[in-house]
Each structure stands twice: as C-alpha cells, then as structure tokens.
Design a protein around this ligand. Structure first.
Ligand code: NAP
Length: 323
C-alpha cells in the first residue's frame, strides 16, 4: 500500500483503525534515524508496521547542515537529505508513514493503544523513537523572548543574522558546531561557556580557535536575557569572581544539551533521572512489548550510528517478543 493509499483509507471521517479495529505488529513513534531503521527492518521481517511522525523524516538530524560521521558518504551529507533517504529506503519495502502527532499512549496491555490527532492506532509492540529536543537554559527572559532573538537551532535560524552579532551558549558539540556555522554568516560570534575548556570534540575546536570573528567568554553563566522588543544582550556572571557584565548581541543561540521526548510515557516506563527511557542495548524497556530506540534511550553515545543500531535491535527483540 502506498503512502497516499494509506492516507485515503478512511470511511466517513474515521481512520482505518477506528473503522476496522486494525492491530499492527508494530507502531513506531518517531521518524528519525532510529524510527526509519526500525521500519526498514520490520518490513523486511514481514511485520505489519506503521511510522507515526510529526513533520518530516529525519527528526533532529534533519536540522543538521553537514553530517560527516555517518559512514558511506565520502563527501558527507546534509541531515534533511539523509532523513529522506532513510524514509525512502524503508518505503521501498512497503513502510507506511503517517504525518500525525501522538497525543497519548496506553502501553501496558497486550494490545498497545496509541492515540494520535488522526485517530487511534493499536499495536502488539511499540518502538518509541521520539528522540530528544533542545534543553532550555531556564533563565529570566527566555520564555518571553522565544522567537524574538532567542533560538535553539543555528541551522534553522542562523541566516536571519547575516552580518550581525550573536551569542552561542554552551560548550558541547552542538554549541561548537553552531558557533562554527554562525561564524560563516555573522559578523561576530560570542561563545559563552561556563567552564574554561570546551567539552566539544577536537575536530570542532581548531577551526573555532582559528575563526577570526569568534570570541570566547569562559567561566561564565547567563543570568538574564536582556529584553527590549527583541533580545538586545545577555547578562553574564563570572563563575570564579561572581562579577557580572552585560554583553550586547542581536541574537542568542542556546545549545546547552538535550531533553528526551518522554512526556508520552512518563509514569508508564522506567526513566533515568534525566528522563531518558531505561533500556539496555536490547532496547527493551521496563514494559513488555515496548522498545526505546535512538536518542530517547539512556545511553553513553547519542549519534546517528547508535540510533540506527537501536532501530535494528528493537525489531530483533520485538520479533522475539511477538513469537
Ligand atoms: P552536551 O554534550 O550535553 O553539552 C551541553 C553543553 O551545555 C555542555 O558544555 C554543558 O556544560 C553546557 N550546559 C548545560 N547546561 C548548562 C547551563 N544551564 N548553563 C550553561 N551551560 C550549560 O549537549 P549537545 O552539545 O547538545 O550534544 C548532545 C549530544 O549530541 C551529544 O552526545 C553530542 O556528542 C551529540 N552531537 C554530536 C555531534 C557530532 O558528532 N557532530 C553534533 C552535535 C551533537 P558542561 O560542559 O559544563 O557540562
């Protein structure tokens, strides 16, 4: 069945699930690398699976301009294209995608119930591949200024700051990659980190140090995002001396880590203290028939390669469970 046929499979406003009480072998929530790898493996294993995804294939990966650490692409590849390739690769074996938002899920029974904007989905197994989104800084002015100079994705919003001055907050790979990307667009990039060295990998550090328009402010935390109509600057506090200073900028890109998308399953599955789903390499969660794949799972290394590995593992152990 093609994507369009599946979308049109509704009678008198009811979805296929409501009309026919269809029960899938597997409902995959999330269309990133983990979700589409699970779909590919599920379809190749002859399982009846559906992918529920909100916007477009690729998840957070789709927002990454250049990916050089996913093997098989000697020139690298942009995340959006890689996401599309993963979707098409799964669809070649008949994978069906539904562009919908999952509102709630009841995962404890033998038949899992997933309620989405376009109706109720029922499945014998669920692969939770909802990923993780950017974490907020949690300082004064952040909520009020969202969309008014405060951003969480340089690849998405960086072009608004051509020839201007921006601050990047954080010291990990995301902050470093964002600062590098912005240094090619903006007049000046101010990277603010609460320590005296970056946590980011070496590969980012040298080009950042060499970029003439990148200034580092070390040992500093943001205490306030200074508002006018839009953000006009940040107030910083030196972590060693306690001294405060104000720095002017036209935009602020916050890159202080990720928060897992586990709202749907809170109270149903075991989560670690940071909110990630507790599951080992088998991806089996604390609930039988529910698997956690990709960035949403508690793990040491969150990369595309580890997400796709999880997708394959989830199907392997789901098949074992279904048998
Ligand atoms: P991350 O590695 O957790 O780094 C978060 C950074 O934000 C850290 O430097 C941390 O400081 C800082 N931070 C956290 N809370 C803060 C606060 N309240 N105020 C100020 N600073 C704060 O997160 P990430 O950079 O988003 O990366 C997430 C995952 O994606 C990682 O596993 C990363 O390797 C991966 N990733 C990989 C690539 C790549 O391979 N090309 C690119 C992007 C992301 P401390 O250093 O003091 O803890």
């Amino acid at each position: 069945m093609t994507l369009n046929q599946e979308r049109n499979f509704s009678t008198k406003g009811k979805t296929k699930e409501e009309a026919g009480g269809h029960i899938y072998d597997m409902i995959i929530i999330g269309g990133g690398p983990a979700g589409y790898t699970a779909a590919l493996y599920a379809l190749r294993a002859g399982l009846d699976a559906v992918v529920l995804e909100k916007l477009s294939a690729g998840g957070q990966m789709a927002l990454t301009g250049q990916i050089d650490n996913y093997p098989g692409f000697e020139e690298g590849i942009d995340g959006f294209t890689l996401g599309e390739k993963m979707r098409k690769g799964a669809q070649r074996f008949g994978a069906v995608s539904r562009f919908t938002e999952v509102l709630s899920a009841e995962l404890s029974g033998a038949v899992k119930q997933v309620s989405a904007r376009d109706g109720l989905y029922q499945g014998r197994t669920v692969v939770l591949a909802t990923g993780a989104g950017p974490r907020e800084l949690g300082v004064e002015g952040e909520k009020e200024l969202a969309g008014k100079g405060i951003h969480y994705c340089a690849a998405c919003d960086g072009m608004f700051y051509k020839g201007r001055t921006v601050a990047v907050i954080g010291g990990g790979n995301t902050a470093a990659a964002d600062a590098l990307l912005l240094s090619r667009i903006c007049e000046k990039v101010i990277l603010v980190h609460r320590r005296d060295t970056l946590r980011a990998e070496k590969i980012y550090r040298a080009p950042l140090q060499e970029a003439a328009n990148v200034e580092f402010i070390w040992n500093s935390t943001v205490t306030k995002l200074i508002p006018e109509e839009r953000v006009r600057g940040i107030r910083l506090k030196d972590t060693r001396t306690g001294k405060e200073q104000e720095v002017s900028c036209d935009g602020v890109f916050i890159a202080v880590g990720r928060k897992p998308a586990t709202e749907l399953v809170k109270g149903q599955l075991s989560l670690d203290p940071a909110g990630y789903v507790e599951a080992d390499e088998s991806t089996r969660s604390s609930l039988p028939g529910v698997f956690a794949a990709g960035d949403v799972r508690a793990k040491a290394l969150r990369q595309i390669v580890t997400a796709v590995a999880d997708g394959a593992m989830a199907v392997h152990f789901a098949e074992e469970y279904l048998a």
